[in-house]
Write a protein that binds this ligand. Structure first.
Ligand code: PEP
Length: 699
């Protein structure tokens, strides 16, 4: 579906681009022609003579240029969203204008394609409806337009196009249009251009006569005209085309002597030799600066026996104005103003005819100089019809505009491609690096010790304890664990239990030790004494000791230091109360416990620390923290360890979860990436339950 949309959008976009480029270009290279067409529109709107010529010319250059630039922007998909909106607005306006032309017929030819292509008003309207639909489709999905040039370099193509079309317009205005699409092109025989091919049908008109009698207006045709009734007074005629016949390319050319009314068309067109025609639709507005050249061309023509006539639509006053301004001695005859504007886009302009065929044309800025006219025309190159140089002109446009634009696009594509390749390389590198980091972290996690530690608390007599230890030892001997197993017993069990445990299978730890080294502390057991039983671990900071025996952060700090100093590994507990969690203070509380009791340790000392997070509300209550809650807290603890000791040490630290951990919930808890095992209370008092939890590491 998306592919189909993309095809449709790009097809519509191509249609719009080609039309806009073509119509914009042919009008831009004929700025005067477009200005005349604007004049026709103003006349149809009743605004004739109200807008100065220079504004019309400016509008002609601007509008045609905008159309061309818009076409190129659509073609290259530059500023896709904005351009598609402008195009739609443009097409809505143009379709409205051509609908008006089709209904009202105020102008015969809309002038959409200048003189390059003539369409009837109905055809133009049909064309615009199609383009309007295309513009709507492109506007609806502008981003489906395939880009030919990257965003960064679009401005180069845009400015280059604007400069190109303005220069093309200026050159066409200063000289003559680059391409001549009118019927008075070089090589055209005017007489032949007026001929009807044999058998061609002439256009059929219907003439209606409007007469008035007693204030009543009535229309008559040739058949019922009241020739015999003189009370009907003739007022006006109307002419309608009944059937369009063949229209010769030149159908409105005539030369008349205004003074005598004599038609000189045939005389002039059938002259055997050369004839110069100085063409000026309005002599009052003609450029006078090159009159010297014109006069010398006239003198040259006279001296060589060539004809030289001025053709104008101006009245006697205008002719006299010109004569006074330039000293012109050549005769002036009358030709229709529109015909003269069609003959040459220059006021004045010069045509050279040979036997009625146009063999050369000059704008007033390019008239042949007296130095050039140094021999009879038959001996000069200007006296011969030049070779058709249309292909040369096309080649020039290709070299000056299309080729640089293509090179720009190619360079841009290469640039964009290298950028893309570089980005891809960087992306691959980044991915590799993050993969490496991920592998490292995974490795570290695999390397990190997985631990299941039991905390018997104040349970079991000496005999019961030894029996339980023996049983655990046996069970694990029979089925080797996948993790480190530790049992932490009351002091009185330590020495005896140490005797029954296989050190390689089960580690032994105490549940507490004194905060003093030794001496008169009745009832206390020092870290050194614990170590001497064969125990390797000690639980410190358990919430029950903090709660019931008033162990503060300061006391725990001392205990930790003494335990480490005596070669014990510390399982340091931390965790929040229910109220603290409900107040969302768990992170704050846990951080304070660690900061105040163990974050004073050196990196070396830290290597003998195991952290056990035990939310107080989950200890012995049967209420486990969810695996997500536990994971979230353990990840947080690892992050603050990383802040303190660095990422590597944090990754190596084993962090356990404790609180109603059982064989049933251990697998889920231990599956979390930051949970390295559990500190088990109640469930460590039965070998089978304890083993069930240990086996969670096998799943
Ligand atoms: C404990 O006291 O360390 C503990 C985790 O207890 P229980 O497993 O019984 O909740």
């Amino acid at each position: 579906m998306n592919k189909l949309k993309s095809y449709l959008v790009n097809l519509c976009r191509a249609l719009l681009a080609i039309t806009f480029i073509f119509s914009g270009f042919v009008k831009s290279i004929d700025p005067l022609g477009t200005q005349y067409k604007i004049g026709d529109y103003l006349e149809a709107l009743g605004l004739a003579g109200q807008i100065p010529d220079w504004i019309q010319l400016l509008a002609s250059v601007t509008l045609s240029g905008i159309e061309f630039v818009l076409g190129v922007l659509i073609l290259l998909a530059i500023r896709r969203r904005m351009v598609s909106k402008i195009t739609l607005v443009f097409m809505i306006f143009m379709t409205g204008v051509t609908l008006w032309l089709t209904i009202g017929n105020p102008i015969q030819d809309c002038g959409c394609f200048g003189d390059a292509l003539h369409l009837s008003n109905a055809q133009t309207f049909g064309k615009n409806v199609v383009l309007l639909i295309a513009a709507f489709i492109v506007m609806r999905w502008p981003l489906y337009q395939v880009r030919f040039i990257s965003k960064t370099n679009q401005w180069i193509a845009t400015y280059f196009t604007i400069i190109f079309i303005l220069v093309a317009s200026a050159l066409s205005l200063y000289h003559l249009p680059i391409f001549d699409f009118r019927p008075y092109f070089i090589g055209q025989n005017i007489q032949k251009g007026m001929e009807m091919p044999p058998g061609a049908k002439e256009t059929q008109y219907k003439t209606t006569f409007i007469c008035v009698k007693d204030g009543v207006q009535k229309e008559f045709d040739e058949n019922n005209y009241p020739y015999d009734d003189s009370t009907w007074v003739f007022q006006d005629t109307k002419q309608e085309i009944i059937e369009q016949g063949y229209e010769p390319p030149i159908h409105d050319f005539s030369i008349t002597d205004a003074k005598t009314g004599q038609d000189l068309t045939q005389d002039i067109l059938s002259k055997k030799g050369y004839t110069f025609l100085l063409v000026s639709p309005h002599l009052e507005m003609a450029e006078v600066k090159n009159f010297g050249d014109i006069n010398s061309i006239y003198d040259y023509a006279k001296a060589n026996g060539y004809g030289f006539y001025g053709l104008t639509a101006s009245t006697e006053r205008g002719i006299n104005h010109w004569r006074n301004a330039t000293g012109a001695k050549y005769p002036f005859y009358t030709t229709d103003g529109t015909t003269l504007k069609t003959m040459i886009r220059s006021n004045p302009g010069l045509l050279l005819l040979y036997k009625g065929t146009i063999i050369n044309k000059w704008g007033h800025n390019d008239l042949p100089t007296p130095e050039e006219l140094n021999a009879p025309l038959s001996l000069l190159s200007i006296g011969h019809e030049p070779e058709n140089n249309t292909w040369l002109k096309i080649l020039m446009i290709v070299l000056c505009y299309i080729l640089p634009l293509i090179l720009l696009i190619v360079a841009d594509r290469i640039w964009a491609w290298t950028k893309w390749v570089k980005k891809k390389e960087e992306w691959v590198k980044e991915k590799e690096q993050s993969n490496k980091l991920y592998q490292l972290l995974k490795h570290k996690r695999q390397m990190r010790k997985k631990i299941v530690a039991g905390n018997w608390k104040m349970n079991e007599t000496l005999q019961e304890g030894v029996a339980l230890a023996k049983e655990i030892n046996e069970v694990l001997k029979a089925d080797k664990p996948n993790c480190d197993v530790i049992i932490c017993t009351p002091f009185i069990h330590l020495a005896s239990v140490a005797q029954v445990l296989d050190k390689n299978l089960v580690g032994l730890g105490a549940e507490n030790c004194a905060d003093k080294e030794k001496g008169a502390y009745t009832g206390e057991v020092s870290a050194a004494m614990v170590k001497s039983t064969g125990a390797e671990y000690v639980i410190l900071g358990h919430s029950e000791r903090r709660q019931y025996y008033g162990e503060t952060a300061e006391i725990l700090k001392e205990k930790v230091l003494l335990a480490l100093a005596n070669g014990l590994k510390v399982i340091f507990c931390c965790g929040e109360t229910l109220e603290e969690r409900e107040a969302n203070k768990q992170n704050e509380v846990v951080k304070a416990e660690l900061v105040n009791s163990v974050f004073n340790l050196t990196e070396d000392e830290w290597k003998n620390i195991i952290i056990a997070y035990e939310p107080i509300w989950a200890i012995g209550t049967g209420k486990t923290a969810t695996s997500d809650q536990a994971e979230e807290m353990l990840a947080y603890i690892r992050s603050i360890i990383a802040e303190k000791y660095g990422k590597e040490i944090a990754e190596e630290t084993s962090i356990l979860y404790g609180g109603s951990c059982k064989a049933s919930n251990a697998p889920e808890l231990f599956s979390k990436p930051n949970i390295d095992g559990g500190l088990i209370g109640g469930a460590s008092l039965k070998a089978a339950d304890f083993k069930g939890i240990i086996d969670a590491w096998k799943k």
